[in-house]
Write a protein that binds this ligand. Sequence first.
Ligand code: UDP
Length: 452
Amino acid sequence: MQQTRQRHRVVLLPLPLQGHINPMLQLANILHSHGFSITIILHTSFPSPNPSNYPHFTFLSFPDGLSQSEASTTDLLSLILLLNLRCINPFRDCLVRLISDAEEEDPVACLISDAILHFAGPVADCRKLSRLVLRTGGVSSYAAFAAFPTLFEKGYFPVQDSRLEEPISELPPLRVKDLPVIKTSNFDSYYQFLTDMVRQNKASSGLIFNSFEELEQPALATLCPDFHIPIFPIGPFHRYFPASSSSLLTHDETSIPWLKTQAPKSVLYVSIGSIAAMDEKEFLEAAWGLANSKQPFLWVVRPGSVRGRKWLESLPNGFIEMLGGRGHIVNWAPQQDVLAHPAVGAFWTHNGWNSTLESICEGVPMICMPRFTDQLVNARYVSHVWGVGVQLENGLERGDIERAIRGLMVEKEGKEIRERMLHLKEKVNLCVMQGGSSHESLQRLISHISSF
Ligand code: UDP
């Protein structure tokens, strides 16, 4: 009797942005440690992680059909729409070759694609390849995306300024201003994209989240009846073992030595991630808020993250000297190591999901400054559900910033938040251990993939 060869190879397709590549490569590492061979498919027009940090993976790239200027746009929505349009044919060709090349030696078990790249669904279905989806954001924000059609019917969209404070009874504790929207003149395209994404995700063989049950049980419970596919909350991914670097930018080497010179829990780490930006006025309010707080700070200012400026040239003359070494500004930091450093006492963040989760894992309370999409939901959960941070609700104003920093890091009012955060950190440590919820979900995922 002819034996069927076991399918061991998992092919992963990340969205080519930092906050999506990191968790996809962490997931690949987890699967590899359970005996799967790994192929990562990269887009040729985008920066890619250094393959030499992953000698155990195979990397392939496909011509995604975007020009350099299209690929480097700061208009996130148009980038996502273009990727979902232009990648279909070249990705199909790449997948066909890959499947046929691997068939003899190491047949492909399944594709795991980023939830945002929904075009991959029909392509894999046509090749009769099983497909799972990785949503790199949290479950609560995903539940809000999935509720868009209902919210649309109820007249919440497009969001009206006069209704921002209104609670959304369908998604407590979100208010209209916490809905995961993006600034666009083309709301219809955003809406269409989200409904296509959720529809294609529902048609997959399973949905993987970089989150854990203890954190997002209510959101998981709302999703499950509506999604007739298995859901695997197996995060936080980077908790399983030390991560290899998938950074697209070079880490500044001075951050950790500078932290070593600071007192325990004294430093505020500040970063708005890899995409978000601020205008010059906001940047200056942030700078003065930090300076006036009198707390030491490590501030990541990504080149280009102050709109219309190259880097720090908007700072007033003598600003850095005035700090007397109390502030250290870098263009990109080894964030996970920074958050794990004993000198760090709080994180002023834009609440990208990775940053939020990395902060929770290290027990670092947050000052929330969400900019768009899921960050808005994450910030609301951090401040009003998990109670492990405070949100800057009224834009960036130096007095508010100073008060938020001192309130969280120095004053009595921050004590309870810091205690809740430590309690949550303990839950994280348990969930990835034998018998923990994420560990169990991971076992289910491994069996699921092995059944293809
Ligand atoms: N990051 C980093 N150095 C920095 C800032 C961010 O390594 O100076 C990493 C961070 O650890 C996280 C990712 O970049 O894993 C950002 O992802 P997130 O979801 O927080 O935000 P996004 O960049 O997608 O908005």
